[in-house]
Structure formats: structure tokens, C-alpha cells
Design a protein around this ligand. Structure first.
Ligand code: AMP
Ligand code: ZN
Length: 282
């Protein structure tokens, strides 16, 4: 009986993810996709599922150099990818920038006010796009879930700029540029609780603790507030926001994409966000 209930949950969960992929046309059978894997439950779950669904997947891990935490993540990922026969690419922050993410952040924060997650997010996105292009994949997959996305909508609103989310949704906007690799989020409509449950039922060897550097950011305050809300409210938030996205994008695409004059990566400004952070003579 218990087994039956468990199997029903697993089937329902998998069906929901597959429906998101199909309904939003996220992946075509011929597409090569690169899953950005942190070693946490969300990205591990989507890597496992895409492989199970028969898509052409490989994985990319950015080793942020956060001591034990990063080491554990990497050991687990190597184990899983070997078992699932998925090619794992690893990029080391220390090799890329001569220092780990903690040091990069400290240097940036000595010069300007920026949260840990903001600096890390900008650098990660920049690296992911560059590597995905080098690996000639069609899409980058991230493990963002319903809770992350609902929080982001609220955070953008609290910061007075819903436009910040114009490029979000289950897939990034319709930017067409040979240097820009579209990003997709097949877990967009599934809650963090369900992903945790799925991951535990499957016994994935993942790190459940949050990143040790997520401290006192607006994200945490918003998460605490949103955790008191049930799943339907989170779904209503993202679904309402999705209806607004086409209008927001009309404005966004009036700005054209250029190449950063320092790194030549796609950017909305003369100098991209990553270079304007790191160019503070670190
Ligand atoms: P976060 O920004 O930490 O909430 O992570 C959001 C998503 O970004 C994850 O679900 C992963 O797909 C990706 N990601 C986060 N950290 C890493 C990492 N160290 N290496 C590769 N991908 C990552
Ligand atoms: Zn740049």
C-alpha cells in the first residue's frame, strides 16, 4: 500500500516535469542540453530526469572553491554522473579567476554594496553561457523551482523593478544571438518540498544544506515570508507574472544586445555585469 502511494507520487512528479517541457516547447529531441549542476537536490533531480526521458544531456559543475561544501558536492556529482553515464564537465573558479568565489565576493564588496548571492549569480551566469557555447550545446538547464521563481517575482517587486524578471519564465526571452545560449527551467512549476521528497525517495547522494554563503540577503527574508504561504499561492504568483512577461519583454527588446568591450560576451551595456564587478581592480 505504502509502495503504491510512493510510486504514485514519483509518477505524478515526473509527469509534471515532462508536461512543462512539452507545453513550453523547452527541449526538442535533437537538442543537446547542458545541465548546470550544483550538487544540490534540484539540479540533480532535473539531470536525472532528462537522462531518464531520453534527452541528449551532459552536465557542468562550477567548482566555487567553498571548502568542504564544494568538495562534497563534487564527490557526489562525480559518483552520480558515472552511474548515470552522463559526461560531467568541471570548471574551477580558482583556475578561471585565480581565486575562489569567497575571495571574489570580498574584493567586490570592499568597493561596492552587493549581496553574496548577487555577485555569485552574475559570475555563474557569465561562466555558464561561455562554457555552454564552447561545448556547442543548444540549451542550458538550471534547477530553479517554483519556490525560487515565486520568491524572485516578489523580490523584484520589493526592489521596485518587475522588469528585472522580464527575461525569466520557464525559458529565457527570445534573444537570438549566436553567442547567447538560451536557459531553461523545467522544474519551474514544481515546489521545493516535492523535489526534496523525490530526491530523498530516490536516495540521490546530494547536499541538502543551503550554500554556506547565503547570509542575510533579501532572498532569505523573502524565502522565510513565502514559506508560510502554500503552493497554490506560489503558483498563482508565477502564473500571473507569466501573463505579464510578454508586455515586459516588449520594452526589454527595444534595448539591443551588444558584446561587452572587455570580454566580448553578450551584454545589454557596453561593459557586461561580470566585467563591471570584476574590473574593480581585483
Ligand atoms: P542558485 O543560484 O544557487 O539558487 O542555483 C540555481 C541553479 O543554478 C541551480 O539549480 C543550478 O542549476 C545552477 N547552479 C548553482 N550553483 C552551481 C554550480 N556551482 N555549478 C553549476 N551550476 C550551478
Ligand atoms: Zn564582460
Amino acid at each position: 500500500m505504502m509502495e503504491n502511494k510512493k510510486q504514485k507520487f514519483l509518477n505524478k512528479f515526473e509527469k509534471k516535469v515532462l508536461s512543462t517541457i512539452k507545453d513550453y516547447g523547452l527541449i526538442k529531441k535533437k537538442d543537446k542540453v547542458l545541465v548546470a549542476v550544483s550538487g544540490g537536490k534540484d539540479s540533480t533531480t532535473i539531470l536525472y530526469l532528462l537522462k531518464k526521458f531520453g534527452y541528449k544531456v551532459s552536465a557542468l559543475h562550477l567548482n566555487l572553491g567553498l571548502g568542504d561544501y564544494s568538495e562534497k558536492c563534487l564527490i557526489n556529482l562525480k559518483k552520480m554522473c558515472e552511474e548515470w553515464k552522463v559526461k560531467l564537465h568541471v570548471l574551477d573558479m580558482k583556475k578561471e579567476f585565480g581565486m575562489g568565489m569567497c575571495s571574489i565576493r570580498c574584493k567586490v564588496q570592499q568597493k561596492l554594496k552587493a549581496s553574496n548571492c548577487m555577485v555569485c549569480g552574475i559570475v555563474k551566469k557569465w561562466l555558464l553561457n561561455r562554457e555552454a557555447r564552447k561545448l556547442k550545446v543548444d540549451k542550458i538547464v538550471t534547477g530553479h523551482n517554483l519556490d525560487d521563481e515565486a520568491q524572485t517575482v516578489i523580490m523584484n517587486f520589493l526592489q521596485g523593478n518587475l522588469m528585472l524578471g522580464a527575461n525569466s519564465g520557464p525559458q529565457t526571452g527570445s534573444i537570438r544571438d549566436e553567442k547567447f545560449v538560451p536557459r531553461i527551467k523545467p522544474l519551474y512549476f514544481v515546489s521545493e518540498d516535492d523535489i526534496r521528497k523525490y530526491s530523498k525517495m530516490k536516495n540521490f547522494p546530494v547536499v541538502y544544506e543551503p550554500c554556506p554563503c547565503t547570509i542575510s540577503s533579501l532572498r532569505i527574508k523573502t524565502r522565510t515570508f513565502m514559506n508560510s504561504k502554500d503552493e497554490n499561492i506560489k503558483l498563482r504568483i508565477v502564473k500571473n507574472f507569466l501573463k505579464m512577461i510578454p508586455k515586459l519583454r516588449e520594452h526589454l527588446y527595444k534595448e539591443k544586445l551588444v558584446y561587452c568591450k572587455i570580454c566580448r560576451e553578450p551584454s545589454r551595456n557596453e561593459v557586461c555585469k561580470k566585467c563591471s564587478l570584476l574590473n574593480l581592480k581585483i
